[in-house]
Write a protein that binds this ligand. Structure first.
Ligand code: ATP
Ligand code: MN
Ligand code: MN
Length: 366
């Protein structure tokens, strides 16, 4: 563009939903450091302050090339004094002393280890750390620790599910999920969502969204799919959450982080292709799978919400509220000026309602 009144190409938006962020991160050395600082604050329960570092890292991820000088951060949004000081130190010494300190910190290391278990969040990690526990062996032999069903499965399959899932494994799972869904309802369809839809090569789980053309099929289909996995002897863990979605309760029950759709969090046995695990004497590995089944007319909102990234979603909602006077969540978009809900058949419709340029899923790695 040569129009002089147009914004220069370098004027990046402070909103992640107005930036295109692919998987090509040219500033990994800086974003990794900033994300350690963010994670450390999150593990300490300081969500607010951690956001500044998350935002700074996200802006750097959207840059078309690696930073060469600190001055290049001068005109970037979301880069505060603290983030710039970290970047400066990395330019000068190749690493940040604060980041190194955190990476060696016993509390950080232990909390990160504990919260890497499926079902263990920051609160549980903290309570274990405060009781003096430092390893899985200590947690599992501590009489006062009561594990819930999810955490029990988390420890049982830890070795498998802490290993990243590949795109090839995700495709193999899609075939299994699709086969199960179609056997229950031939007109239903399955799409991959979450990180793999954004083009990631590896994920901590595989996320699927199911589209059912008939109304009220959402709970039935997930229950039937779970039963089918059970009968195929591939179900290792299942947490089914029935739909609590009620149109009549909108908007009071929405605009929250969690949604009300029928969903399940599973651990599935996936057959290995060639090599067999001789040590364990088994030809499968355990993988985490999430399934969500929204009502048809909610599909676009659910797909947008489940595609992520987390920061992209957060900024979409913040942009809608602060710049457009609209409330967005995984179910709907509400216009406060006209007191109406805005219907959408596609993700493009939602971006258009918000007056945003469409951002492709693989450009949402904010
Ligand atoms: P990874 O590769 O680590 O799995 P991811 O981006 O796929 O990365 P997930 O934790 O699988 O991360 O989440 C994918 C998306 O689903 C996120 O955008 C998140 O907002 C959404 N999501 C996850 N769990 C829920 C839930 N219980 N309710 C509503 N949305 C959820
Ligand atoms: Mn995922
Ligand atoms: Mn998931």
């Amino acid at each position: 563009r040569t129009n002089p009144s147009a914004k220069p190409e370098s004027a990046l938006s402070p909103y992640a939903c107005q930036r295109r962020t692919t998987m090509d991160n040219h500033n990994k050395i800086f974003t990794d450091a900033l994300e350690v600082l963010a994670e450390n604050l999150e593990l300490g329960g300081n969500q607010g302050p951690s956001l500044a570092f998350r935002r700074a890292a996200s802006v750097l991820k959207s840059l078309p090339a690696a930073l060469r000088h600190l001055q290049e951060t001068q005109h970037l949004p979301c880069l505060g004094e603290h983030s710039r000081a970290i970047i400066e130190e990395i330019f000068e010494y190749g690493s940040s002393s604060r980041v190194e300190e955190i990476l060696n910190d016993e509390r950080y290391r232990t909390m990160k280890l504990f919260s890497s278990v499926f079902g263990v969040g920051p609160k549980t990690s903290e309570s274990w750390f405060c009781r003096g526990l430092r390893s899985f062996e200590q947690v599992l032999s501590e009489p006062s620790v009561r594990l819930n069903r999810m955490q029990t499965a988390g420890f049982l399959f830890y070795e498998d599910i802490s290993k990243p899932v590949s795109r090839t494994e995700a495709s193999a799972l899609k075939i299994i999920v699709e086969e199960a869904v179609i056997s229950v309802n031939p007109s239903a369809t399955v799409s991959i969502t979450g990180g793999f839809r954004r083009g990631k090569e590896f994920g901590h789980d595989v996320d699927f969204i199911i589209k059912t053309p008939e109304a009220g099929q959402e709970d039935v289909i997930l229950t039937a799919v779970i039963e089918r996995f059970k009968s195929q002897n591939i179900l290792l863990y299942s947490d089914f959450q029935e739909s609590t979605f009620d149109l009549r309760q909108l908007p009071t029950h929405c605009f929250e982080a969690m949604d009300h759709y029928s969903k399940c969090f599973l651990i599935i046995k996936l057959k290995r292709e060639q090599e067999t695990d001789a040590r364990a004497g088994r030809d499968w590995r355990a993988v985490r799978v999430d399934l969500v089944a929204p009502p048809l007319e909610r599909f676009a909102y659910a797909l947008l919400g489940w595609t992520g990234s987390t920061l992209f979603e957060r900024d979409l909602r913040r942009f809608a509220r602060l710049e457009r006077g609209k409330l967005l969540d995984n179910h709907t978009l509400y216009d406060k000026a006209t007191n109406t809900f805005l219907p959408a058949n596609t993700e493009e419709d939602i971006f258009a309602h918000l007056g945003l340029e469409y951002i492709e899923p693989w450009q949402r790695n904010a």
